[in-house]
Ligand binder design. Structure first.
Ligand code: FES
Length: 361
């Protein structure tokens, strides 16, 4: 019998950082340059690990931002933190909370849920908020027969299904870190999440919770916007490729960032935008799938149809018009105008779209 190939599993770190207020008394030039160095250090890890920035300024007093990190191995997490420690801004940061976990299949049976991708590979959505907490069950839970636990988990799932816009990512920490799980819910409406958690408190399984604090409410934002929540001189202004120009275009990437056949997610203001290079022509559409918020920059390019296939449920969108060409989505996605000047890719909200041929393709 041929042995089954090992399943691909990922390591996950939720690192919450706090900035020393002494940094805000540095000169404006040093604040701006240290933000740019920090941001560019993070960007240099693109392709090596998946990294999502979230802001907590104005929400919690003991941490300012979260870097949600997903990698194929622990070495990548160590390399990222080592690089951040070596930056100017890094000298002013502490990490009051840091949680390590891995993806794995649940031991309970859950019927396939639409919109719920494989538990082994983390695919964050474009939801505005992330609600995170470490979680430990009582030892009495593990003494219960498995069938009894399954019944209680079924009740949990039933309650969760009443809140279809809230998406759950559960990762496992047994033996790797102090907690047993890290639970991370994505959603656009904090009120819905509050209602869900209140309802779950009445479930039978809830009485077997030993600890589920601290709880973090995190706001998804672009890396540069997140850095600007820390105060000091603005990196949005200081990063020369960010400002919106008088003609309405924003520089968002370079052609070197986007070779033919590739795609990437960028931000224009607070909008996540997916860029695609199809045979040398750059296209830009809203990154969030209109069906269930998957990240379209992680989809598959169909050069023949000039389209992208969503990574979750195979919705197909035209890169030229944003219209749905196939699959479950009912609504189109926004398209952006694209301009290439020298090596710079610029985008603007679409009125009439004009795809641009990249000169160096
Ligand atoms: S999220 Fe379902 S097709 Fe994109």
């Amino acid at each position: 019998m041929t042995p089954k190939p090992p399943e691909r599993r990922q390591v996950v770190r939720f690192a919450f950082y706090k900035l020393d207020s002494a940094w805000r008394r540095l000169s404006a030039e040093r604040q701006a340059s240290s933000k740019i160095e920090f941001g560019q250090t993070i960007e240099s890890f693109a392709g090596r690990l998946l990294l999502r920035p979230y802001g907590l300024v104005g929400i919690r007093g003991d941490c300012d931002f979260l870097l949600w990190q997903v990698a194929e191995n622990l070495d990548s997490l160590v390399a990222l933190q080592t690089a951040l420690n070596g930056t100017d801004l890094g000298a002013y940061l502490t990490a009051p909370y840091s949680y390590l976990a891995m993806t794995r299949r649940s031991i309970y049976e859950f019927p396939e849920e639409p919109g719920q991708p494989s538990r082994l590979v983390i695919r964050p959505s474009e939801a505005r908020y992330l609600f995170v907490y470490p979680f430990i069950k009582t030892r009495a839970w593990y003494m219960l027969p498995k069938a009894e636990r399954q019944t209680m988990m079924d009740e949990h799932v039933r309650v969760g299904r009443q809140y279809p816009t809230i998406r759950l990512n559960t990762t496992y920490s047994y033996g790797l870190d102090d907690q047993e799980f890290i639970v991370a819910f994505e959603g656009d409406n904090p009120a819905e999440f509050l209602d869900l958690v209140m309802e779950l408190r009445e479930s039978k399984a809830s009485s077997y919770t030993l600890r589920d604090t601290p709880t973090f409410t995190c706001v998804q934002m672009s890396l540069w916007d997140m850095l600007d929540t820390l105060g000091g001189a603005g990196s949005v202004q200081a990063v020369s490729r960010r400002p919106v120009r008088a003609d309405g275009y924003t520089p968002v990437a370079t052609l070197a960032d986007l070779p033919p056949g590739s795609s990437r997610r960028v931000y224009a203001g607070s909008d996540a935008v997916a860029l695609f290079n199809v045979n040398g022509t750059v296209h830009a559409i809203a990154n969030r799938c209109s069906h269930a918020r998957a990240s379209l920059s992680e989809g598959t390019i169909d050069a023949a149809r000039c389209a992208v296939t969503c990574p979750w449920h195979e919705g197909v969108f035209s890169l030229e018009t944003g219209q749905v060409l196939g699959g479950p989505p009912a609504l189109p996605v926004a398209v952006y105008r694209v301009k290439v000047e020298g090596d710079a890719i610029l985008i603007a909200p679409a009125e009439a779209r004009e795809p641009t041929v990249a000169p160096h393709s």
